[in-house]
Design a protein around this ligand. Structure first.
Ligand code: AQP
Length: 337
């Protein structure tokens, strides 16, 4: 069994990345997916995906290293996970091309993520044009997963549609070439599969949201965390309850608290139910600070030792390239290359 997941180096990871994915990756290093069966785990800093939003090369390089440092600080252990930069393994793009050549454009048109990236916002009233890379992003993601024959993919809710597409592409490939080359990967979701923006709790928290106030990052100071939670919208309906539709702001705070306490949101309400908004925000702040502060401090320490981070990535890339080359050789043979 093999776990694969990735994260784009598009800024400092935010609380949603952590609670929806990264923490799961860390836990999967010591948790069995099935009793008695061990698995390998591949975690990629997907710098090719980050090109779908054009960015300054220096910044991309810097943020790629910073993302790797942040993942190590969160607890990704190079002895238990293969940590690598996507662009260091050329077979990702080779397979992507092979898959793109049999993926109907209609399948990509149905994806919602590229549409949400092009939505106008008050901060960005004129969204950019749709570029081919943004449309074909899910094909590259399918290639990432299928290249390693991943059986399980821990992701947040926003990536579930892309994972379903990867399953469809795998089945379509097998049918086209009349060989069971790929198996269907399964999503692993956490309870906090969608952490919402602290500015607009009807949108998901995102590391590249132009509004800083919308997210808590894993580099925020205690004061920044406190200020952001203080200003998060709530409502005047009184005691705390969990109802994401009617009370999106309060429910987002409840689910962040619940995730950090490892309980279900409804269980957290039993503890928080009698609090007012200020008291709720105080408890959520304490829980977030307790989780973020050690990661922030460890990331800072690792950033002062870039040679170590680079060495970890290079070792991961050797392993990933070897696994990918073996897999690509079989695929290339199957498709007649
Ligand atoms: N708000 C969220 N709640 C739960 N999970 C989330 N993830 C992202 N946002 C949330 C999960 O984090 C993993 C890495 O995401 P990504 O960097 O590959 O891309 P993304 O999903 O587009 O995340 P961002 O933060 O919104 O990045 P930008 O702003 O660059 O687009 C994924 O498993 C994702 O589901």
């Amino acid at each position: 069994m093999r776990v694969f997941s990735g994260i784009q180096p598009t800024g400092v990871p935010q609380l949603g990345n952590y609670l929806g994915s990264i923490r799961n990756w860390v836990q999967l290093q010591t948790r069995e997916l099935e009793p008695g069966r061990r698995h390998e785990q591949y975690i990629s800093v997907v710098n090719l995906h980050a090109l779908t939003v054009p960015r300054d090369p220096q910044r991309l390089r810097r943020e790629t290293g910073e993302m790797a440092a942040a993942l190590l600080a969160c607890g990704i252990d190079p002895r238990r996970s293969v940590l690598f930069r996507q662009a260091a393994v050329p077979a990702h793009t080779q397979l992507m091309w092979a898959l793109a050549c049999l993926t109907p454009v209609g399948w990509l048109n149905r994806m919602t993520q590229w549409k949400s990236k092009l939505q106008a916002t008050p901060e960005d009233p004129a969204p950019p044009a749709l570029l081919t890379g943004l449309l074909t992003y899910p094909v590259l993601m399918a290639a990432d997963i299928l290249l390693y024959q991943a059986t399980h993919v821990p992701v947040g809710d926003d990536q579930v549609q892309h994972l379903e597409l990867a399953r469809d592409i795998a089945a379509h490939f097998n049918k086209t070439y009349k060989r069971r080359v790929f198996r269907a990967p399964t999503a692993i979701l956490t309870a906090s599969r969608r952490v919402m923006s602290l500015r607009d709790p009807t949108r998901k928290m995102s590391k590249s949201d132009p509004v800083e106030q919308s997210r808590i990052t894993l580099a925020d100071s205690d004061d920044q965390i406190r200020a952001k939670i203080q200003r998060a919208p709530t409502d005047s309906l009184g005691a705390v309850s969990f109802d994401p539709v009617a009370r999106p702001g309060v429910s987002n705070l409840v689910s962040i608290y619940a995730a950090l306490r490892d309980v279900a949101p409804h269980a957290a309400v039993a503890e928080l139910g009698t609090l007012n908004n200020a008291q709720l925000k105080g408890l959520v702040t304490d829980a977030v600070v307790a989780a973020v502060a050690p990661i922030r401090d460890e990331t800072r320490r690792l950033l002062r030792d870039p040679e170590h981070v680079e060495a970890v990535l290079r070792a991961g890339e050797d392993t990933a390239r070897a696994a990918a080359a073996e897999s690509w050789a079989q695929i290339a043979e199957c498709i007649g290359l």
